[in-house]
Write a protein of this length. Structure first.
Length: 338
């Protein structure tokens, strides 16, 4: 089970079950190397096409660098890709490499990229190349603003059956570009775990995206795209995706409603707990293409107290439920039995 936790609500539960708690906003606890290639491409496997891990990752890095530097133009991206490809070739990494047999510490890091750019500039006094070299040095080296996050080998380990990605500090960052870039890397490594799980015997994987509305941003659609893709594909990988939100208004913005509606329609089960009138109206609109909510159901949701709600088995099969936590469940969340 892997949980993304933006409100630090799963920390006690993680400790209770001896899970692995990772602060995604603190690089000293778990670092993700953006230059590490991950075997997480679902399309190649599902469509039975040849895998091209290096080419796939170069495309991924184009988008990742543009998240940090949105003013990069096509010429700058092409030059960046050219030297990143050269860097991987120096490390003897190509599309024919078996990525799963390469250790974390055998991938290049930003230091290596800088040294390559420095060497190339000595042989080719290209002004744009010099600008790239200075940019990497300023931001990723010498105590630069991104050094702690992204200049180093991946240290995050998925050697536990219960993993919590605490993104509380990440969402609290004033720099939205850093937030978005780290979130993209985090989702990228989760995709790798989902794909690998398919080949494990009798092992299911559950991904929980809590407070999903906080991760939905029309200017940074990585999290929304992840949820949208996973609702369609994760069952093929012996897994399940749980998307939870208590602020439905942010979940049904006009710019995102096509994909959020698809997430609802592709969900095998749904729970709707008590809602305020404004949020209830948005849920009514959201479920128009999924069996609609009757006036009786709407009234029940509006009057529901803590623990009560509607359980959807399908678009038309629904049940009123009341959830009561037992002593062990309360203890897991650090709550007293009252």
């Amino acid at each position: 089970m892997i949980v993304t936790d933006p409100e630090r609500e799963y920390q006690e539960l993680c400790k209770y079950y001896d899970g692995n708690w990772i602060d995604a906003g603190d690089a000293s606890i778990g670092k993700i190397n953006p230059l590490q290639i991950l075997d997480n491409n679902f399309i190649d496997e599902l469509e039975n096409t040849n895998s091209s891990p290096l080419s796939n990752h170069l495309r991924f890095l184009e988008q990742w660098f543009k998240t940090l530097y949105p003013d990069f133009n096509g010429r700058e991206i092409n030059l960046l890709t050219k030297y990143l490809k050269l860097l991987y070739h120096q490390f003897k990494i190509t599309n024919n490499s078996d990525i799963n047999k390469i250790n974390n510490n055998d991938f290049p890091i930003m230091n290596d990229f800088y040294y390559l750019l420095e060497k190339e500039y000595k042989n080719n006094k290209n002004q744009l190349l010099k600008e790239f070299m200075d940019l990497i040095a300023t931001d990723f080296l010498n105590d630069g603003k991104y050094q702690a996050f992204w200049n180093g080998h991946t240290t995050i380990k998925f050697n536990n059956n219960f993993i919590v990605y605490d993104v509380y500090n990440l969402f609290d960052l004033d720099d939205k570009k850093t937030n978005a870039a780290q979130l993209i890397l985090m989702l990228n490594i989760i995709k790798k775990e989902i794909k690998e799980n398919r080949f494990k015997d009798n092992n299911q994987i559950v991904i929980i995206v809590d407070e999903a509305h906080l991760a939905i941003d029309k200017d940074n659609p990585a999290a929304l795209n992840f949820m949208y893709q996973m609702t369609k594909r994760i069952r093929k990988y012996n897994g399940a995706l749980v998307v939870a939100t208590q602020n439905i208004a942010d979940f049904v913005e006009n710019e995102t409603i096509f994909k959020t509606t698809a997430i609802i329609n592709n969900s095998q089960y749904s729970f709707i707990m008590g809602l305020k009138p404004n949020d209830l109206e948005k849920v009514i609109n959201l479920y128009k293409s999924y069996g609609r909510l009757t006036s009786v159901e709407q009234d029940y949701i509006a009057r529901s107290v803590k623990g009560q709600g509607l359980f959807f088995v399908s678009g038309f099969e629904r049940y009123r439920i009341e959830i009561q936590a037992n002593k062990k469940e309360k203890a897991g969340f650090g709550k007293k039995d009252n």
